[in-house]
Design a protein around this ligand. Structure first.
Ligand SMILES: [Zn+2]
Length: 362
């Protein structure tokens, strides 16, 4: 048995989209109600259990959410369970104390009522209190359907489906090539990935036309009256250009990681300095770095699924400065030095390939 999640874009009609938005609202209200009753319990010195919180919410729900009888109760029930999990994480020191969910935040709700309570048939999914909603693609996995979460990003709706699937079904359709070798992978902003065998995978840049659209949408938005209807329309147009660009980036990441996994018998990667990333205030760099660590995560899970060992070099390993032929370490190497030249043994090679060879597992 293994778990697989697939996030699929939904294609709801207007009525369904309105209902889904109401369910998100219902889940948010339930979460916040659970939070406030738990907090009031803390103030009075009595620790409220999940059972107390549920009971209190059910007594009050018609006052705080008048449409709740038309909603699926799974939305509120799962929200309260999520709150309970957040409290558990807080108690064990994993998280800070839960905060109220905002109307402007990410909108989502969990629609299932336990395993196999939701049906999926080809390109549609049956959601409680909403009915059959069209999906843009079919579910890739077969097996028992677990958690089903509906979420909204800008004006697009998605369903994320967790499947408990048999191992026989998890062999993905991609085939591994015959003569596989260990591969070291160096990641970067300009060239997404450089392999120790010399192949490079470019980071597909969003096309010029998208950048032009982005600028135009941004300009249009800045001219609209804040919170007016036209402002909202302009905002959703800008969001959809951003979404398109993120899809282009994600696509190139998927293609490169799949190609690398297909040809590798073992993979070596570097460890990105995540705490260093958080200190960085420059947004563009931050986004680029965040997408690099996402790429490495992708590479890791794809390798794991196919049983390919993956080793991560220590964060302090100087993969770029070390000579891959003799092991000599350069004191200085600037980003503009595109070629690595070793003063000790005379080895000369592309800078990124040198780093990739250093990362290659032996
Ligand atoms: Zn050398």
């Amino acid at each position: 048995m293994s778990l697989r999640t697939q996030k699929i874009q939904l294609n709801p009609n207007n009525k369904q989209a309105t209902l889904m938005a109401q369910h998100c609202g219902y889940a948010r209200v339930a979460y916040n109600a659970a939070l406030s009753s738990f907090k009031s319990g803390l103030d009075d010195g009595n620790w409220k259990t999940l059972y107390d919180i549920k009971k209190e919410f059910n007594a009050r729900k018609r006052d705080i959410f008048p449409w709740c009888d038309e909603m699926s109760q799974n939305a509120s029930k799962n929200a309260i369970h999520n709150f309970n999990d957040a409290v558990k994480r807080w108690k064990s020191g994993q998280n800070r104390f839960p905060v109220p969910k905002k109307r402007s935040g990410k909108q989502s709700y969990q629609a299932d009522n336990g395993t196999n309570s939701i049906r999926v048939e080809r390109k549609r999914v049956k959601l409680p209190a909403i009915g059959w909603v069209r999906m843009t693609e079919e579910l890739r996995w077969t097996g028992d359907i677990g958690r089903v979460t509906v979420s909204r990003k800008d004006d697009k709706w998605f369903v994320s489906i967790l499947v408990h699937t048999d191992d026989a079904n998890t062999m993905v359709q991609i085939s591994l090539i015959d003569d596989r070798l260990p591969v070291g992978v160096d990641v970067g902003i300009n060239t997404l990935a450089t392999c120790s065998d010399g192949t490079k995978y470019e980071n597909r840049r969003p096309l010029k036309v998208h950048l032009r659209k982005l600028r135009r949408a941004g300009r249009t938005l800045s001219r609209k009256v804040y919170l007016s209807n036209n402002w909202r329309k302009a905002k959703s147009r800008l969001a959809s250009v951003h979404y398109r660009i993120s899809c282009i980036r994600e696509d190139s990441h998927h293609k490169a990681s799949t190609a690398i996994v297909r040809k590798a018998s073992a993979i070596g990667i570097e460890t990105l300095n995540v705490s260093g990333l958080l200190k960085n205030k420059k947004l563009a760099k931050h986004i680029a770095d965040a997408s690099l660590s996402r790429f490495l995560t992708m590479l890791k899970y794809k390798a794991e699924r196919r049983g390919i060992p993956i080793t991560e070099a220590s964060m302090f390993f100087a993969s770029s400065k070390t000579c891959s032929a003799c092991g000599n370490k350069k004191a200085e190497l600037t980003l503009s030095d595109r070629t690595y030249h070793c003063n000790s043994c005379g080895f000369t090679c592309d800078r990124d390939v040198n780093a990739a060879i250093n990362l290659c597992p032996t």
